[in-house]
Design a protein around this ligand. Sequence first.
Ligand code: ZN
Length: 361
Amino acid sequence: MKITPLVLAPQLPLDGITSGIFPYLGGSVRADQLRSVVMAYESAVVPGRQGAKLAANVPGVLIDPAVYVPARAEPETLFDYDDWLKRQQAAGVPLILTDTPRIRNRDISALRKALARWDTIDEPTLVVLPIEPGWLREGLRDLIEEVRAAGRPVAVVLLHQYNGLDIKGAVSGLLTFIAAVRPLPVVLLRSDISAVGAVAHQAFAGFVGWSAHSRHGPLPMRRPEGDDERDESPSVLVPALNDYVKTSKLSVFARIRRPDVLRCDDRVCRGDSLLRIADLTETDLPDGRMLACLHNLASTEQLARRVLAAADPRDAWWETCHAGAGSIASLAGSGVSLPLRRWFRQWLELGSPAHDYRPVG
Ligand SMILES: [Zn+2]
């Protein structure tokens, strides 16, 4: 996804990638799928060992060691070996991502250690910071100070059971951080569409996950006991709502005669209804999931192009959020009440240069 220049203030270049929005894929993506994603979107990140194997055969792909993922967590001592550095060098990645384990709230020494990782190598390197959301609130001052002192480009992964930006004050904390460390480039890794908002507010780039799992820094989910009927359907970005909805819930919009909510004009759907992804998911779950992923990439790109090409991307992002919230409010009149999620509300409340916050609905 190549983005037209949006530099409102000086920012250092980040060798290896251009500024903009890129896909973050799952490690189980097939090589031919990865190739076509890179053709379409210029670059992509793939996580873990499986990702590293794939990246070795597809130029332009970045590897996230993703050792912050609990299931993949390796013994602490491995942090001192350069296994992941060698693997990325062997794959010939355009930009090396560091192998940082989870950085807990207030653990300054873990943060410092992460910021010093591979600081003597010559290749372009991005320091991965898998932080708990407290770093964007009580820990914000320390985070800014340490990143400034290190003087290195960073990729933020927000660790949370669901979405780290749902925490009160997280969005404004993130934007304060981005502004305070400028001109150092800040990248959002493993994000949802909030990355578009962050890039509109001068983050260097965002890697947006193509599925729910790759959209957030995963922490173990607590499932309610007796939760047997887990909804296995994928979630899709619904452009009209500016939010993600599980495909199992989409038929309700047809039932209340609001097919307009389901229309998608991206390059995958071409004006078709998102219901076809829901239908496919019911007959063939793996194929339905893949189609959901491809739609999510295309739809995110469409959103990013529109927002980031605007005269002031911050206004365009806010207007997109406001329109989505308006649609969500209008559905309530038809008896469909969708929650206005906390991350979403924070973007609205932030306002933008041309818009003060106005309550929705
Ligand atoms: Zn679509």
